[in-house]
Write a protein that binds this ligand. Structure first.
Ligand code: APR
Length: 233
């Protein structure tokens, strides 16, 4: 029975909830230029465009729900006697809404906003613009999405590294393995953990995993979680 389970999730786990992934056909990066909406330079160049991009993704959260994959992972955390931690690249709130507690958003969150002037961070589901005023320092035009853009340092990396070196099971779900440092987590974990990739198709880093399960997360994750929980009985 595994004692320290670390789970990395990517956009693929939210696809069946209706949230577009980034690199699949019709994904976000086929309709938006990364440099325009997911870099600090893009934000400085055209903050209104970037606010619109994140406002529409934030609004979308009201119309989607966790799918069986999110729910199964919350059940695993609830019922597995060992430690279960999810490290997500996703900025949606579907893991939280499924009941997951031990969760690290390494690329930030759509529902979190940050003031560039005073550093204040707060949760909000509303739209923001260059007219928005910081509730703490009252400056205008200084609020940005609390999202990690390309070229910025992902969050919680030290804590994640410690989790990976002490894991005995590392599961990667719904990520293409296209973006580091997340794509390198399997290389750290595989020294001590059994590593499993659950993805609709082999990711770029698939060959680094001890085990690959091809399938849609909404079906393959509940099946795998059931197997894990049966092993603890
Ligand atoms: N079930 C399982 N896997 C799926 C499903 C599904 N229903 N649908 C898609 N996938 C897989 C795709 O095959 C792909 O391998 O999920 C992966 C999604 O890959 P990306 O779109 O690249 O998303 P992700 O890996 O999360 O991107 C990583 O890149 O743009 C940045 O910050 C952004 O966090 C994001 C990071």
């Amino acid at each position: 029975m595994y004692k320290n389970i670390v789970i990395l999730t990517g956009a693929g786990i939210s696809a069946e909830s209706g949230i577009a992934t980034f690199r699949d056909g019709g994904g976000l990066w086929s309709s938006h230029k990364v440099e325009d909406v997911a870099t600090l330079n893009g934000y400085r160049r055209n903050p209104a465009l970037v606010h619109d991009f994140y406002n529409s993704r934030r609004r979308e959260l009201k119309n989607v729900s966790p799918n069986p994959a999110h729910i199964a992972l919350a059940e695993l955390e609830e019922n597995h006697p060992g430690s279960v931690v999810i490290v997500t690249q996703n900025v949606d709130d579907l893991h939280e809404r499924a009941g997951t507690k031990n969760l690290l958003h390494m690329h930030g969150e759509l529902l979190s906003i940050r003031c560039e002037a005073c550093g204040y961070k707060f949760k909000s589901g509303t739209d923001f613009s260059i007219e928005s005023v910081c509730p703490k320092c009252s400056k205008k035009g200084v609020l940005r999405p609390d999202i990690v853009w390309f070229g910025e340092v992902p969050m919680h990396l030290e804590k994640i590294e410690l989790l990976l070196i002490s894991a005995d099971l590392f599961i990667s779900i719904g990520t293409s393995g296209a973006v580091y440092p997340a794509a390198g987590f399997v290389s750290i974990a595989r020294n001590s953990a059994h590593t499993v990739e659950i993805n609709i198709e082999a990711s770029i880093t698939a060959s680094l995993f001890h085990e690959q399960i091809a399938g849609k997360a909404g079906k393959a994750v509940p099946e795998y979680v059931k197997k894990l929980l049966q092993a603890t009985e």
